[in-house]
Write a protein that binds this ligand. Structure first.
Ligand code: ADP
Ligand code: UDP
Length: 240
């Protein structure tokens, strides 16, 4: 499968058509953005790590019965995926208070939540991805009630599997963002990526941040953190 027309260039990836109308190639870049694009930078080698990590985690989730868009890794930065119509929601699951949740609700970052939570943001850069609830999702016809139920069930299942896997690596899964899409027959599958760009991952012993917060918050050691988290994954993925 080879890259055809470039369909889209996003903040972290490019998307290409292929000979097969049902398949796309996504190509991971080293570009990093934060705060809805206000902060821009480069994280050397990030594209390679995010591509490989996302693919390894999607393979793991498929093994556990969660349908994903993943088809085949083509190279260090390029992956063949099933084309979906993206449901324009950022689906955020949280196990521990951090980031905007800690700020909105006045909870100290690092506080364990009594149960995992879910929230939706409307994926719309012009509106800065506002928070919306399930009724807004249905009223705006972003997804049906049935699709929302499927997305919630899948997202919590992803959380259980990823929490378990990262714990085996000595890493705490604090929170993460997922995107879902519809295949041509309407089936909802997990799409986009799962990487240190989209998850908060803390060392279980020291709570050291091994994710994009090092870039967002100018903590230094950004590249080292991406390499460290990838190394942990590679050491443990075979037995997962
Ligand atoms: P953004 O659009 O937020 O800048 P990216 O740079 O990651 O994000 O761009 C990748 C784009 O591809 C995103 O808009 C994402 O929703 C979309 N996408 C991810 N997986 C698929 C897929 N399987 N089919 C179609 N689009 C996808
Ligand atoms: N996240 C993401 N893309 C976004 C917003 C959030 O991948 O556009 C991820 C982020 O990496 C974190 C989780 O979703 O793991 C929750 O982020 P939060 O709402 O706390 O936002 P932030 O603090 O990044 O503004």
């Amino acid at each position: 499968m080879t890259k055809g027309t470039q369909l889209y260039e996003g903040k972290a990836k490019k998307v290409f058509a292929t000979e097969d109308p049902q398949l796309l190639i996504v190509s991971y870049k080293d570009d990093a953005t934060a705060f809805n694009g206000l902060k821009k930078g480069t994280i050397a080698g990030k594209g390679v790590i995010n591509n490989k990590m996302s693919n390894a985690l999607m393979r793991l989730l498929e093994k556990k019965g969660i349908p994903t868009h993943f088809v085949e890794q083509l190279s260090d930065r390029d992956t063949l995926v099933k084309k979906v119509q993206i449901v324009p929601l950022e689906v955020i699951i949280r196990n521990i208070a951090a980031g905007s949740f800690a700020k909105h609700y006045g909870v100290e970052e690092g506080t364990d939540l009594a149960c995992p939570t879910i929230e939706f943001s409307y994926k719309n850069d012009a509106l800065a991805d506002p928070l919306i609830n399930e009724y807004h999702v249905m009223a705006l016809q972003l997804a049906t009630k049935e699709e929302v139920e499927t997305i919630k069930t899948l997202a919590f299942k992803v959380n259980e599997e990823l929490k378990k896997f990262w714990a085996s690596c000595g890493v705490t899964l604090v929170d993460f963002k997922l995107e879902f899409g519809r295949l041509s027959d309407g089936t909802i599958v997990l799409a986009d990526e799962i990487s240190p760009d989209t998850c908060r991952l803390w060392d279980s012993k020291t709570n050291e941040k091994l994710d994009k917060d090092r870039f967002r918050r100018d903590l230094g050691g950004v590249e080292d953190a991406y390499h460290e988290i990838m190394k942990r994954l590679e050491e443990h993925i075979a037995e997962a």
